[in-house]
Design a protein around this ligand. Structure first.
Ligand code: ADP
Ligand code: ZN
Ligand code: MG
Length: 493
């Protein structure tokens, strides 16, 4: 964008964005105590103990699974895992933080210097990952009006101490769209490796977006603003777009952008100033005295590395090369690991290209369609691999017409094989000549005009008759066989 500034020179602006993501780790228990970390539907303050309540004298013990998920994430993001790291206290006062400090990592994080490769606007982009560190979540405040009409804030500490990792990205992103695509790819990676659900609506994946504006000639450098409180990918993109516009307007008017934290207000579509940004020294970080420094051995890193699956970007490329699929089909198939797994289980190690394409079509169009219709989670398909294989085999063998297969699909019960469902619903193909001749005779009787057209040389009329006959069989007859029987009947005197 080129604008005239108040200094009446022509200046172009560019946007600089860096994201900080907090993701809940999929451990059974909390970060520093044995309480269950799966608190979703639990009544308030039922997943608590002296440690996560922050009672004096209670001692933390590090959750090994959380550490391993952090390392696994670092490896997936091509980070270096230093041998030595430690935990630090980040001190601040807030009602959802009973200890008055959060045990986090400050100057020696678990993972450093990584990269995330992602696709944006048709291009492959790479953005640096500064660091990944582990820490604990805070409790939650519930604001409501009580029976007396008084506004109260209640404290629920079920989430207090739940394992989190913070993934800090380099300021390598240059547009709101790119920021969204980076987040989508990051979330997909976390879901592939199983370290987090990445669910934004449930707060298991939270993003703070830092954004600044500078002039392309380097003469104007706007301050960095941190935006919080977005709870969807769309909200991140919208908030950044709003903020990009606002900062440019401020600079164009000759003002300066204030370095601050702003909150996204979803229903108004604006960001609003919350507080001036705190500095690291405000937190009075110091090494956590109740936990020893951590030594991450090569052996541990290797053991965790052995758990790394093939990551989505590579898997997508392999799907294009090995199975001859189109790029967008391959993207849809590999968006979730479980869906990609199902595809590969169904087609086996070296399918013929048309087998792979047929299976891909059924998954992308029919299974994912039904998944959406039923409101299933993105990693859950309505059929398992044996069911889908049975369906495809039945179609390939002519036991089910494509049309009948589509009719059977939504009526298949849990673990029922499609052929069994088709038999139950009387939808298996009719391939018995004798039975089909009855349908053919009925059709000829019902459409005398088409019959005489055909007999007087307008042979294209057979198309209509084929369609009508198939209709009479409830879509269970195969077109070739119907055509043969119709031709027999029409040419016999
Ligand atoms: P702070 O000390 O304010 O936490 P950091 O340097 O640690 O700042 O960066 C925090 C986040 O801000 C990172 O995600 C980083 O990419 C991003 N960031 C840093 N500088 C800029 C900038 N000039 N514009 C936009 N984002 C930035
Ligand atoms: Zn606890
Ligand atoms: Mg920082």
């Amino acid at each position: 964008m080129v604008v005239a500034t108040s200094r009446s020179t022509e200046v172009g602006f560019e946007t600089v964005i860096g994201l900080e993501v907090h993701a809940q780790l999929l451990t059974q228990s909390k970060m520093y105590c044995g309480c269950s970390a799966r608190y979703a539907d639990a009544p308030p303050n039922t997943h608590v103990c002296p440690v996560c309540l922050g009672l004096p004298g209670a001692l933390p013990v590090l959750n090994k699974a959380a550490l391993e998920f952090g390392i696994l994430t670092g490896l997936a993001l091509e980070c270096r895992i230093p041998a030595f790291n430690k935990l630090d206290r980040k001190n601040y006062v807030y009602p959802d933080l009973p200890k008055g400090y959060q045990i986090s990592q400050y100057d020696l994080p678990l993972c450093v210097d990584g990269v995330l490769e992602f696709r944006s606007g048709g291009d492959v982009r790479r953005a640096g990952i500064t660091r990944v560190h582990v820490e604990e979540d805070t409790g939650r405040l519930v604001h409501r009006v009580d029976e007396l009409g008084v506004e109260v804030s209640l404290v629920d500490l079920n989430r207090s101490g739940v394992p989190l990792m913070e993934i800090v990205g380099e300021p390598d992103l240059c547009s709101p769209e790119e920021a969204r695509d980076y987040l989508i790819a990051l979330r997909q990676t976390l879901r592939y490796i199983g370290s987090s659900t990445g669910n934004m609506e449930e707060g298991a994946f939270r993003c703070d977006a830092n954004v600044s504006t500078r002039s392309t000639d380097g003469s104007i450098l706007g301050a960095k603003v941190e935006i919080k409180n977005m709870n969807s990918f769309r909200a991140v993109e919208r908030a950044l777009r709003f903020e990009e516009r606002r900062q440019r307007d401020v600079l164009v008017a000759g003002g300066s952008v204030v370095q601050e934290t702003r909150g996204w207000i979803e229903d108004r579509g604006v960001t609003a100033a919350q507080r001036t940004k705190e500095q690291a020294h405000d937190y009075r970080y110091f090494p956590e005295p109740d936990l020893p420094p951590l030594e991450v051995t090569t052996k541990l890193v290797e053991a965790v590395g052995a758990r790394l699956p093939e990551l989505p970007g590579l898997r997508r490329e392999r799907f294009v090369l090995a199975y001859g699929l189109g790029a967008s089909e391959a993207s849809l198939l590999t968006a979730e690991r479980e869906v990609a797994d199902l595809f590969e289980e169904v087609v086996g190690p070296s399918p013929r290209p048309e087998e792979a394409r047929t299976a891909a079509n059924w998954i992308v169009n029919d299974l994912l369609g039904l998944q959406r219709q039923r409101g299933l989670p993105p990693d859950t398909l309505p059929l398992n691999s044996s069911q889908l294989r049975d369906l495809l085999n039945a179609v390939a063998a002519g036991e089910l017409t494509v049309r009948a297969a589509k009719e059977v699909l939504p009526q298949i019960e849990d673990d029922e094989l499609p052929r069994a469902a088709a038999a139950r619903l009387n939808l298996l193909s009719m391939d018995d000549d004798a039975a089909l001749r009855v349908a053919v005779a009925e059709t000829l009787g019902a459409f005398p005009a088409a019959v005489s057209d055909y007999r007087t040389g307008k042979t294209a009329a057979i198309g209509r008759l084929i369609g009508e006959t198939i209709k009479r069989t409830g879509g269970r007859a195969k077109p070739d066989q119907v055509r043969r029987l119709l031709e027999e009947a029409l040419t016999s005197p």
